[in-house]
Design a protein around this ligand. Structure first.
Ligand code: HPA
Length: 262
């Protein structure tokens, strides 16, 4: 059983992994270097989305390399985190939300592995973008740990790296978004193309632009993540312990198909 973790801002999960070693995985999109080790007898690969020194901004993350690399390494289950702005009063700073759906407002990001030609033309179904079984495991683990966790949330992904305008946030509210961020798309889409069981824990770090009474800043996000980062890491590893016991079937691996070149 191999498990991947994609850590967003403020999540550096290595303290849980025994003897982590950086491993190079070559992909058609470049080399990725997850830290690989063991947790509770399972192999775990940790990949910090923004690089180990947090130097890669959201619009420059190599999403395809990350998902391809984890898939090639053998991950079947992938947990990810996403610091987010909240559009909903109930999702106050520090709250965790197990994402259930998304809206995509990114621009110019390649969000497929299938570029036509010999790779084929593929239109994946995203009726259930996130793995329903992993989502349930994360939510129940969060309840067990008595964390302020919500079982579903609709995430709107913006291109960044700037924060949104108040008008963009009002438009998103009309469309039903509950959280905003800059990284979950195309990651979730690529994970679905790769047939991974993928879940994202969004961490509310601030109320979104125009809702918050103060200007938004990355410092505010980091400040909230200082405490929330430990909670979410504990949540991920508590959830990982339950992956071995999964009996429920979901459609994440269907239809069976190999990524181009794999
Ligand atoms: N907007 C976009 N991304 C974010 C935010 C936000 O308000 N907070 C944390 N990441």
């Amino acid at each position: 059983m191999k498990i991947g973790i994609i850590g967003g801002t403020g999540v550096y999960a290595l303290e849980y992994i025994e003897n982590p070693l950086e491993v190079n995985v070559a992909t058609p999109f470049g080399i990725v270097t997850p830290s690989v080790g063991v947790y509770e007898g399972m192999e775990v690969a940790f990949l910090p989305r923004h690089g180990s020194a947090h130097s890669i901004p959201p619009h420059k993350v190599n999403y395809r390399a990350n998902i391809y690399g984890l898939t090639k390494w053998g991950a079947k289950y992938v947990f990810s985190t996403a610091a987010s702005g909240s559009l909903k009063k109930d999702f106050g700073p520090g709250h965790l939300v197990v994402l259930s759906d998304f809206l995509d407002f990114t621009k110019g990001r390649t969000s497929t592995f299938y570029e036509g030609g010999s790779d084929g033309v593929v239109h994946i179904d995203v009726t259930e973008p996130y793995c329903p079984v992993l989502r349930k495991i994360v939510y129940l683990s969060g309840m067990e740990l008595k964390l302020p966790i919500h079982s579903s949330g609709i995430y709107a992904c913006f291109e960044g790296p700037r924060f949104e305008t108040p008008a963009e946030i009002r438009a998103c509210q009309v469309l039903g978004a509950e959280l905003v961020g800059m990284t979950n798309v195309p990651e979730v889409v690529l994970a679905r193309e790769a047939g991974l069981h993928y879940t994202t824990i969004a961490i509310s770090t601030n109320y979104a632009a125009g809702i918050s009474s103060i200007p938004l800043s990355h410092e505010e996000v980091l400040e909230v993540m200082k405490t929330a980062g430990d909670a979410v890491t504990n949540l991920i590893f508590t959830s990982i312990k339950k992956v071995k016991m999964i009996k429920e079937i979901c459609g994440c691996e269907e239809p069976k198909r190999k990524l181009p070149g794999l």
